[in-house]
Design a protein around this ligand. Structure first.
Ligand code: NAD
Length: 274
């Protein structure tokens, strides 16, 4: 199974579907990563805050797949923001992963009340320019945070990784990303399993002999997003990557739009998260 790539605003290519590893034990990560690589995954999404960068790095080192064929993302945690601190935190991340370069590094949350995300972004730009990171981006940034980064540094993030699933579709935020040339990446793309019993999804799924999870991921692919479903289970992992042999119609895409809900958010609101 080969996953298509999207080209980011800096020319770097990212596999459109990857494996999220939040809440995966560091000790379990190597075997799960090997399984995922065996199933065809070539993109792993971790973070310093997940406590499993070392396990992810071990899994990649042990596998038969070459490091340069795997796209790895990590994220800077909130308490490490600030110009100098970011550089130290990045070195720690690289030490844990055991890599000499990282594919994508994200600022995990904007933390607007701390007001350090612009200097943090400047540190990421320097790390990228020094060749230590291929692409840089952010996560959970609202439109005014993105606009401020661009205004003060002239550099738009390549990616903004945001909560996005059928019950929380983020249409307005996606439109802003499109205008600014930023790729949207979906976190909790399956709504942590919540949306999957929705009858609109199960009916569409039955039509294609697919699962509601597969329809959800396919919808995100057709929206032009990157998506990173999490599973530690071998069967589900294989199911989640098997979404490139069918296509939703415009009508089905419109039906899924109706699942969006004002109460759909699962995670914290980035405007107030601290
Ligand atoms: P998710 O939406 O990917 O859901 C994962 C859960 O859904 C699994 O634990 C399992 O219970 C269920 N599931 C998985 N595959 C399934 C299938 N085929 N059928 C039925 N159920 C299935 O949730 P997530 O882990 O919260 O998000 C995915 C990834 O996004 C994370 O692992 C992490 O990498 C990233 N993330 C980032 C942020 C951020 O702030 N940037 C926040 C949350 C998550």
């Amino acid at each position: 199974m080969s996953v298509p790539t999207l080209t980011l605003n800096d020319g770097i290519k990212i596999p459109q579907l990857g494996l999220g590893v939040w809440k995966m034990d560091d000790a379990d990560a190597p075997a799960i990563i090997e399984n995922a690589l065996d199933a065809g995954y070539r993109h792993i999404d971790t973070a310093a805050a997940y406590g499993n960068e070392a396990g992810v790095g071990r899994g990649i080192a042990q596998s038969a797949v070459a490091r340069e064929d795997i796209f790895v993302t990590s994220k800077l945690w909130n308490d490490r923001q600030g110009y100098d601190e970011t550089k130290r935190a990045f070195d720690e991340t690289m030490g844990k992963l055991g890599f000499d370069y990282l594919d994508l590094y994200l600022i995990h949350w904007p933390m607007p009340t701390k007001d350090k995300y612009v200097e943090t972004w400047k540190a990421l730009i320097e790390l990228r320019d020094a060749g230590r990171i291929r692409a840089i981006g952010v996560s959970n940034f609202l439109p005014d945070h993105l606009e401020r980064l661009i205004e003060e540094t002239g550099e738009a993030p390549a990616i903004n990784q945001i909560e996005l699933h059928p019950r929380f579709q983020q249409a307005a935020q996606r439109e802003v990303h499109e205008k600014l040339g930023i790729t949207t990446e979906c976190w909790s793309p399956l709504g942590q399993g919540e949306a999957l019993s929705n009858p609109i999804l199960t009916e569409i799924a039955a039509r294609y002999g697919k699962s509601a999870a597969q329809v959800t991921l396919r919808w995100q692919i057709q929206l032009g997003c990157v998506t990173i479903p999490k599973s530690a289970n071998h069967e589900r992992m294989r199911e989640n990557i098997d979404v490139f042999d069918f296509e939703l119609t415009e009508d089905e895409m419109a039906q899924i739009k109706d699942i969006d809900s004002a109460e759909g958010r699962i995670g914290p609101d980035p405007a107030t998260a601290d």
